[in-house]
Each structure stands twice: as C-alpha cells, then as structure tokens.
Design a protein around this ligand. Structure first.
Ligand SMILES: [Zn+2]
Length: 154
C-alpha cells in the first residue's frame, strides 16, 4: 500500500511535491493546530507524520519521520530512503496541490470554457479539482516539474 502523509506547517512545500507525485499528502496550513492535534489526525487516518520538530514524542502505532534538512530535494530523498518510495509516473499530477483532492478528468467540451484562450489550443487532457475547482492541464510547468523529478532520480 502506498503511504499517506500528513505534514506539519513547516513542510508545506514537501507536501505539495508529494501531492504532485500523486501521494495523498495533507498538510497543516497554519490554522494553528497544535502538534498533538496533528498527531491525532495522522494516527486516526493512518498517515505518516512528517515534522521538523525534533521534540515530538514517539506515539505507539504512528509512523513519524523527523525531517532534518531544509531543501525539499533533500527532504524527498530522505523519504525515498526511509520509506522506499517508488513514485509511479502514471500518478503524477493526479491530485490538487492546494487541496490534496484527487482530480477529475474533464472532456475537452467541458474544459474549454473554463480555461484561458491560449490554453484551449494545447493538446492536453484537462483536469479539475472537485474541491476548489482549479483547472489543471499539461504545459511547460509540467515539463519543468518532470525534469526536476528526473534530476532527483524519482
Ligand atoms: Zn483543489
């Protein structure tokens, strides 16, 4: 089974990269949840808890990873090492990086009225987040992301 994640508010960028890779990774968006509350959520939902806080006590039945580096590249490598993550290319860009919701694929007819004129010319599948309604498509940003992931050996 693929791991699911919950990241504390210091690790939002790492969480968004995990989401890009297709992992279910929610993160605390600074609503002032305490570490303890986050731990409880992670425990209840069976998520690996990712934190920068070295003082959090171990909790029975909860997998916690203390991230010790600043750069998300190093952070991803740490997760790869410790969890043996093998991201599946097919799952890239399947979730909303704002909400962590699984995206719905739209037909071109459904999508065209919802995207900017230039984007309508692109040969790409279109996706929409069921939660925030953001639209996603393949463009230069996806190519850049894939290059970056390849450089990281993912
Ligand atoms: Zn969304």
């Amino acid at each position: 089974m693929e791991p699911k994640f919950l990241a504390d508010s210091m690790l939002g960028k790492l969480a968004r990269w995990l989401i890009l890779l297709g992992y279910d990774a929610s993160y605390a968006q600074g609503q002032g949840q305490t570490d303890l509350e986050l731990l409880e959520v992670a425990h209840r939902e069976g998520r690996v808890f990712l934190t920068r806080d070295t003082k959090i006590p171990a909790v029975e039945g909860l997998r916690m990873i203390v991230v010790r580096t600043q750069r998300f590249e190093d952070q991803l490598k740490q997760l790869q090492r410790e969890l043996g993550l093998k991201p599946d290319r097919k799952r890239l860009f399947t979730r909303c990086t704002y909400c962590n919701a699984a995206l719905d694929e739209l037909t071109r007819e459904q999508a065209l009225p919802l995207v900017p004129p230039l984007v309508r010319e692109l040969k790409t599948p279109f996706f929409r987040c069921p939660s925030c309604k953001r639209m996603y498509w393949n463009g230069t940003h996806t190519e850049r992301t894939i290059k970056k992931l390849e450089k990281l050996g993912l």
